[in-house]
Design a protein around this ligand. Structure first.
Ligand code: AMP
Length: 546
């Protein structure tokens, strides 16, 4: 039996002792803020003692609504190391989802960025936020919006010393939490235990996954509210690497400047971010020579991104994962032997979702329970399990029944596996849209559209898009006598009441009837096929599934 469980604590201890001067850099609206692991360790302990005094107990949840910055990173070690649970909340979600998430998680404290204070104020509802005792604004001054019981971060820390003793925690202590809102219905909460985060961190460090080292300068562009920024803050600390946080809403110029001036060696984000950076670089000179690898995930990487970065001597590592898998599950590394293949073949493999990370297992089943052939053509649903893959959702027996099979997680991703073991997603079982790495529920949208009095029926599908991956298009059957001219604007106005801009369909198409399956359900497949050759929106690309 090991003498001590697998927890995050030794990662921080080691970074403080071995790399006290290694830097943590954040881009802020006022300029770059710099600190070191030595200073970080002190601040993290001060935060832990402030949490203690605020009455945060073992297993209590502490929510964050923050962008990528050093203060958010302080909560990453302070909250779980103190025995509480760090619950990162996605501020891009519709208000109703945020209300559900905060209420379901019973968050006791909320850490909120000043630039997101309005988002929280707009979602604030005394009943849904009943568990929230205090809002800590992660800035120097309180914003000019109505947030009850708000206090600034520095005031929250004031008076607390760094001589806080970390508790000894069991490996199965809940440490993190993140909601996933892919499918219909309410978002589903995934809990991360100490040992899940430990295992995932160790896997990230291996060369078989991402091979993060102490010489690396790590810049997670993927938001820290998306599965702990894919685990990069933990892995960078475990390695003793330098951290670079891009702060609120970085644009491509900000990212290029950070890479160039801070010497970033590895960065990570969804394809949309890299398409933006590549476009920015087209007519500008930027020295990205320190950059060695770009981890692209959350949605499929277009081959052109791999080729363009290759031209600059930068390796794209395409990775697949889910909130449920902590998240990294596969990485499309160049497998031993592939160096000998011709370049196009290499790119084809590297554009797939990749090779399973050591420590995890998967299987692919068709027609219920028949394993597929690993021939790159046979396809089925991907099931995965392992030490950092969850086997249940928080308080959701309904979803547990449908999404798990014993220890196996049903991913909802329809995949092929080639003879080399590269997994490739060819479709999704669930009817959802992923735009810029963020989910849109097509069913929720079509229910909202059908609430319009001049709409008889509506179906929403995701259309492939060069920039965003997918964008929603609404197919609408107008009610008899409806004014077709004003209807699209009417639908938009209705949706705007409840949904953020980026959820709104890019186009509304009128049809006579929504195609149905034999059992009377909407057949989106038929709809997709019917309109496969028609350009419906600007930026549309051919559907890879056709
Ligand atoms: P989330 O839980 O929000 O991280 O979403 C997980 C889902 O995003 C997966 O089940 C896939 O459908 C999709 N996804 C994640 N990474 C990729 C990728 N590299 N390529 C295509 N789809 C991806």
């Amino acid at each position: 039996m090991p003498g001590f469980d697998q927890t995050l604590r030794p990662f921080l201890w080691r970074a403080e002792r071995l790399y006290p001067d290694r830097e943590i850099v954040t881009r802020t609206p006022e300029g770059r803020r710099r600190s070191t692991y030595a200073e970080y360790g002190d601040r993290v302990r001060r935060l832990a003692s402030a949490l203690d005094v605020a009455g945060v107990d073992r297993g209590d949840r502490v929510g964050t609504v923050c962008w990528n910055h050093d203060r958010h990173f302080e909560t990453y070690f302070a909250v779980p190391n103190a025995g509480a649970q760090l619950h990162t909340i996605n501020p891009l979600l519709p208000d109703e989802h945020i209300q559900y998430i905060v209420g379901n998680a019973d968050d006791r404290l909320l850490f909120v960025d000043p630039s997101l204070a309005e988002t929280v104020a707009s979602a604030y509802d005394a009943d849904a936020f009943a568990s929230v005792e205090r809002i800590v604004v992660v800035g120097d001054a309180l914003p000019d919006v109505d947030l009850p019981d708000a206090i600034t971060y520095e005031k929250f820390l004031r008076g607390h010393t760094a001589d806080y003793e970390w508790p000894e925690l069991p490996g199965d202590a809940p440490a993190g939490m993140c909601y996933t809102s892919g499918t219909t219905g309410n978002p589903k909460g995934v809990e991360y235990t100490q040992q899940m985060l430990w295992g995932h961190t160790m896997a990230m460090l291996t060369p078989q996954a991402l091979g993060i080292e102490d010489s690396d300068v790590v810049m997670p562009v993927v938001p820290m509210f998306h599965v702990n920024a894919w685990g990069f803050p933990f892995a960078a600390t475990a390695a003793g690497a330098k951290h670079v946080y891009p702060g609120p809403s970085p644009d491509p110029a900000d990212l290029a400047a950070l890479i160039e001036e801070e010497g970033v060696t590895i960065t990570a984000g969804v394809p949309t971010v890299w398409l933006g950076l590549l476009e920015h670089l087209e007519d500008r000179d930027a020295d990205l020579s320190t950059l060695e690898r770009v981890v692209v995930g959350g949605a499929a990487v277009p081959e052109i991104v791999i080729r363009r970065f290759d031209d600059m001597g930068i390796e794209v590592l395409h990775a697949w994962g889910m909130t449920e898998t902590s998240p990294v599950g596969t990485v499309a590394r160049r497998k031993h032997g592939l160096e000998a293949a011709d370049y196009d073949e290499q790119v084809t493999k590297r554009a797939k979702q990749g090779l399973i990370v050591p420590g995890l297992e998967f299987r692919v089943l068709k027609d219920g329970d028949e394993p597929i052939e690993w021939d790159g053509e046979d396809f089925g649903e991907l099931l995965i399990r392992g030490p950092w893959v969850t086997d249940e959702y928080y308080g959701r027996p309904d979803a547990n029944e449908s999404d798990f099979e014993g220890s196996w997680l049903r991913t909802g991703d329809i995949v092929t596996v080639d003879p080399d073991g590269y997994v490739e997603i060819v479709d999704r079982a669930d009817d959802v849209i992923k735009s810029g790495g963020e989910w849109i529920s097509s069913q929720e949208l079509e229910n909202a559209v059908m609430a319009h009095e001049a709409v008889d029926e509506a179906a929403v599908i995701g259309v492939p898009h060069e920039r965003w991956g997918e964008r929603p298009v609404a197919f609408v059957v107008p009610a008899e006598g409806a004014d077709r001219e004003s209807l699209p604007d009417g639908i938009e106005a209705l949706l705007r009441e409840d949904y953020p801009d980026w959820w709104l369909p890019d186009a509304v198409e009128f049809i006579d009837a929504v195609p149905k399956t034999a059992t009377g359900k909407f057949s989106k497949k038929d709809l997709r096929e019917e309109f496969a050759d028609e350009p419906l929106i600007e930026g549309q690309t051919p559907d890879a599934r056709e």
